[in-house]
Design a protein around this ligand. Sequence first.
Ligand code: ADP
Ligand code: C5P
Ligand code: MG
Length: 222
Amino acid sequence: MLVREPRAQEGLSEKLPRVVHRLSVIMKPQVVFVLGGPGAGKGTQCAKIVENYSYTHLSAGDLLREERSRTGSEFGQLIDTYIKEGKIVPVEITINLLKKAMEETMKVDEKKFRFLIDGFPRNQDNLQGWNTVMDGKADVKFVLFFDCSNEVCIDRCLERGKSSGRTDDNRASLEKRIQTYLQSTRPIIEQYEKQGKVHKIDASRSVDEVFADVKNILEKES
Ligand code: ADP
Ligand code: C5P
Ligand code: MG
């Protein structure tokens, strides 16, 4: 005798809630925060991750620089000053840019729900803004922490400054950026460490050596 599974007899009204639930789980953004000092190699490693895995890279700094130069932006001047001073822009601005970028990415291709969010959250204000705006809307899977000495960070940024055109890759801005990193960002990394969410990587080595560790982590986590 053929025993039919109860689900096979279900109508659309019974199925729909389950389908909607499944879709919302599938499509909920899965986020990896990428943190480390200025010049630690966050952007470099994110680019390599994107080449090899299905992640979209969103750099908070890049989004802010883009907004700074957007014609008609009401925040251009503020962002410009904060960046030169190595200070963290109020989260209301940054979180809107990140949220919009995530939504636009997923609107174009719903399979693009994995994000590397680089350079965020950088202080308590960033973290609170994320928790308020993104609560229930995204899952933070883990944090990649690229760790290297302040000296290495400064040397790399000064080298980058020869061609980057960035207003903050100079010694005066870098001293302030390092202070901001130590005073504001490290405590955020420590909070995530207490939750067992941090993968710390020695970022002082070559790009390929660092990436070998990144690959191991991503393969274990997926
Ligand atoms: P971040 O995004 O953390 O500020 P970047 O990825 O832009 O850092 O790297 C800063 C500079 O250091 C760039 O000029 C980059 O080419 C260089 N760089 C990145 N990773 C390494 C590495 N592992 N070794 C040497 N130089 C690196
Ligand atoms: O990450 P990146 O080095 O590109 O950041 C450059 C600057 O952008 C920071 O020093 C800071 O002034 C600003 N920024 C910010 N908030 C973030 C990320 C970057 O204010 N979450
Ligand atoms: Mg960067």
